[in-house]
Design a protein around this ligand. Structure first.
Ligand code: SF4
Length: 421
């Protein structure tokens, strides 16, 4: 099939988004035993996954479970500590580019356990060389972030907090088994965060939820205008890993994103059309340094915790625990390592990078070349020629390919030309 036919055959496939691979079995031939090696790496970002939540939202695609007892929370942190200290001992000379603590809802941990988590963050970073733009971040939700926890976060040197808001519509959220946060609650948390010393608050919003309307999205942005966080991240609903079916057309999603983009940029946020992160600063891309390193530069990362993902130049690995309901038996083994490891050829590593870079609406041919081990401009010659001719992508500085407004309408079809050739 030629590139044009391939593109047209993909424009109505909702599975084509930032997920890669599309199905775990696509990597079956690369699966191997043992853990993923990081030998030869110089830079890495760390990620800690805390899978616990006070409720389970129906649209959520992440590995999460209801908050267990304090004893199990503590055991979870003990297991994390074992894995982190082992990795540090085996890789003493890495430079840490970023560090995200996500989930789940890390701040849902009981106060004592949350304090243990922050000390674990200290242990993970102590003695490490930190990149000059190192900017750690932690995820939370409005009802799960006390002033005490905010102060502790800042005291441990984490100055970015990302709040999952998703929507401000109470009926819409209730339909998805989630409680809404009022504008007043949100404003108060942001004020307390700033008072505690947090420099950047990000708010996550989603579009494409079942029964969501353009009017409700505009109401979300009225709230953003009121509380004015430093960063806003837009997530298009992905249904690859959930039981939900997409309910909005590609045209509706395009219109929704366009409205959100126009309004956010009117409010003074910086972003390039097609990018999902918006920032009041033109310099930080709206991202933690973990995400900058992983999404924009294809950098390697090490994930700790239940089903956390890692990537090095050897391949990609997932820790144990995907779709687990009872965590106790796994904690008895005192490690999350040993899930699935895939030793990937360069093309697959590059595919993974391009798929995830789709969040930013662009990817770098230079970084793609590093992962491929050859010149990406030459390797992707036919895809690049087609996309530039059709005005689906534009090329800046001969290195970065960015989605155009025309391309964004079917961005999954455009980017997938580079990872499912
Ligand atoms: S969306 Fe957030 S709060 Fe809801 S289940 Fe997923 S991780 Fe938990």
């Amino acid at each position: 099939m030629n590139i044009a036919d391939l593109y047209h055959s993909r424009i109505s496939n909702p599975l084509l988004n930032t997920s890669y691979p599309l199905h775990p079995e696509d990597w079956g031939q690369y699966q191997t035993s043992g853990t993923l090696g990081f030998d030869g790496e110089e830079d890495v970002s760390f990620y800690i996954h805390i899978p616990f939540c006070p409720h389970l939202c129906s649209y959520c695609e992440y590995t999460r479970m209801l908050l267990p007892t304090k004893e199990l929370q503590q055991q979870y942190l003990d297991t994390l500590k074992t894995d982190i200290l082992r990795f540090k001992a085996e890789h003493p000379h890495l430079t840490l580019k970023g560090f995200d603590i996500g989930g789940g809802t890390p701040t849902a941990l009981n106060d004592d356990c949350f304090s243990t988590l922050l000390h674990l963050y200290d242990e993970a970073t102590n003695g490490q060389t930190l990149a000059t733009d190192f900017e750690p971040s932690i995820e939370s939700t409005v009802g799960m972030l006390s002033t005490t926890k905010l102060e502790a976060i800042a005291q441990h040197g984490i100055r970015r907090v990302s709040l999952g808001l998703q929507s401000t519509s109470a009926p819409l959220l209730h339909e998805h088994r989630r409680r809404e946060a009022t504008t007043e609650e949100l404003a108060l948390v942001i004020d307390h965060a700033h008072d505690a010393g947090i420099k950047k608050v990000n708010i996550d919003l989603m579009y494409g939820l079942q029964h969501q309307t353009l009017e409700s999205l505009m109401a979300d942005l009225d709230v953003i205008q009121h509380v004015h966080p430093e960063q806003v991240t837009l997530y298009e609903l992905r249904t690859n890993m959930t039981r939900q079916k997409p309910t909005h057309t590609a045209d509706w999603l395009f219109e929704a994103y366009s409205l959100l983009f126009d309004r956010l940029t009117d409010l003074g946020y910086h972003a390039q059309f097609g990018q999902n992160t918006f920032s009041v600063s033109p310099n930080d891309q709206g991202l933690s340094s973990y995400l900058r390193h992983r999404m924009l530069q294809g950098g390697c990362y090490k994930g700790f915790g239940l089903s956390a993902q890692s990537m090095s130049h050897e391949g990609v690995a997932y820790n144990k625990g995907k779709n687990l309901n009872n965590i106790a038996p796994l904690l008895a083994s005192n490690t999350f390592e040993g899930g699935h490891t895939y030793r990937l050829p360069p093309q697959e590593l590059c595919s993974k990078y391009i798929a995830i870079a789709g969040y930013g609406g662009r990817f770098s041919l230079r970084h793609a070349s590093v992962l491929l081990g050859r010149d990406a401009q030459e390797y992707f010659h036919s895809q690049i020629t087609f996309c530039l001719q059709e005005n689906l992508l534009s090329c800046s500085k001969n290195d970065t390919l960015s989605i155009t407004p025309k391309g964004f309408r079917h961005h999954g079809a455009v980017f997938s030309l580079f990872y499912l050739p």
